[in-house]
Design a binder for this molecule. Structure first.
Ligand code: AMP
Length: 397
């Protein structure tokens, strides 16, 4: 079956067409600046050059039409429309309602709408993507795959905040966690790489990208994760602050005479390693260069990032009671031997040692712990689109 995977944002739409038998990507691309001047679709059919088409895209319906046109046109298309057997949609927030992926019907759409106040920027955009696909492909089954679903196995002690309990009951304020599709995919893949049954493993998964989160996975089930009600909590990220004292918000508002919205924007867009490095960069390639050249801000930002990851690994080791393997994934985790090395050097309390040669790998499955290491260290490239395609096929067969 050919599965179209859609990841719809408020002004962008990423897509991949995946052959579920071979799991090969047939075409992937991106619609940018939907509803804004200068919109374009950029896509790459497998084995061909990138194609860019600058064209008006007043809304997501037009974006989906252009995706279908790109996939099916006679010149460089890759399928006919009736070959697309199913569509998988990435949905950011499933609240407590969705513990796994589901086939989309009107009831599911209503339930996604109902939890939209937990992800006001993302869920409405995801729903627009679903509606646009339903309009363009009315007979094709569609599946919703939630970023939060994998984390729904967390026990109450891990997901509750120390707030009046009524706020959880009334408003659903709790830890939900994100990047769940990635944490799930990586933990399963780690078990395969280690040749073990996932049920017998205690893993820590470090998803270190521009957004970053970490999870503790016990016997294949998530027992804790660092992102919270929103993706702002936890690790220091590219531009997000991660954990701070909540009183910082009011403090900054008073000092800067700013609004809640201003500070929320600051915490999401101007903080993290970007803010700590005096705005040198949010990209770890630039930060590594700065670090090696003695840039004080780069060193400060990388050290704080690394320290926070190590601190969470320590906390999750305590939560798990034992750790068999620590997995590194996403842009930084997969590609930066520099950052992995800085983190793992601080894990001697776990008996971790690094095989320096193996740690030079990037973007491929690799065990990079030393032969004498008491905990396995793994690079596991994530593949959220493939995980979405797999769930979609499993539910649509
Ligand atoms: P992601 O959000 O998973 O796409 O990760 C994006 C981030 O990965 C970028 O902002 C970089 O910080 C980081 N990254 C990508 N490639 C490399 C690399 N070769 N070395 C270090 N960091 C990288």
């Amino acid at each position: 079956m050919k599965v179209l995977v859609i990841n719809c944002g408020s002004s962008s739409l990423k897509f991949q067409l995946i052959d579920s038998d071979s799991e090969a990507v047939i075409c992937k691309g991106l619609c940018e600046r939907i509803g804004i001047d200068g919109s374009q679709i950029v896509y790459t059919p497998a084995g061909k050059d990138k194609i860019t088409k600058v064209t008006p895209m007043p809304d997501h319906n037009r974006a989906i039409e252009l995706v279908i046109e790109a996939l099916t046109n006679s010149e460089n298309g890759v399928v006919s429309l009736d070959e697309i057997g199913a569509v998988g949609h990435r949905i950011v927030h499933g609240g407590e309602k969705f513990t796994k992926s589901v086939v989309i019907d009107e009831e599911v759409i209503k339930a996604i709408e109902d939890v939209s106040d937990l992800a006001p920027l993302h869920n409405p955009a995801n729903l627009i993507g679903i509606r646009a696909c339903q309009k363009a492909m009315p007979k094709v089954p569609m599946v919703a795959v939630f970023d939060t679903a994998f984390h729904q196995t967390m026990p109450e002690e891990a997901y509750l905040y120390g707030l009046p309990y009524s706020y959880y009951e009334k408003y659903g304020i709790r830890r939900y966690g994100f990047h769940g599709t990635s944490h799930s995919y990586v933990s399963k893949r780690a078990a395969e790489i280690l040749g073990k049954d996932a049920k017998d493993l205690k893993l820590i998964v470090c998803h270190l990208g521009n957004g970053a989160s970490i999870s503790a996975v016990d016997g294949g089930k998530c027992i804790d994760t660092s992102m919270g009600l929103t993706p702002l909590e936890g690790l220091i990220m590219g531009t997000r602050s991660g954990d701070i004292d909540p009183s910082v918000v009011e403090f900054i508002m008073k000092k800067e005479n700013s609004t809640v919205a201003d500070v929320t924007n600051l915490l999401n867009k101007k903080s993290g390693v970007f803010g700590l490095s005096d705005e040198l960069s949010s990209d770890f390639r630039d930060l590594q260069k700065g670090y090696e050249e003695g840039h004080a801000g780069a060193k400060r930002a990388v050290d704080a990032f690394v320290y926070r990851v190590v601190k969470y690994i320590g906390a999750y080791t305590a939560a798990l009671g034992r750790v068999d393997a620590i997995c590194f994934t996403a842009g930084v985790g997969e590609n930066s031997g520099f950052v992995r090395n800085l983190i793992c050097k601080r894990l001697s309390f776990l008996g971790a040692t690094v095989d320096e040669e193996a740690n030079k790998a990037h973007g491929e499955d690799k065990v990079f712990s030393g032969a004498d290491s008491k905990v396995k260290l793994l690079i596991v490239p994530t593949n959220e689109e493939l995980a979405i395609a797999r769930d979609t096929v499993a539910l649509c067969k």
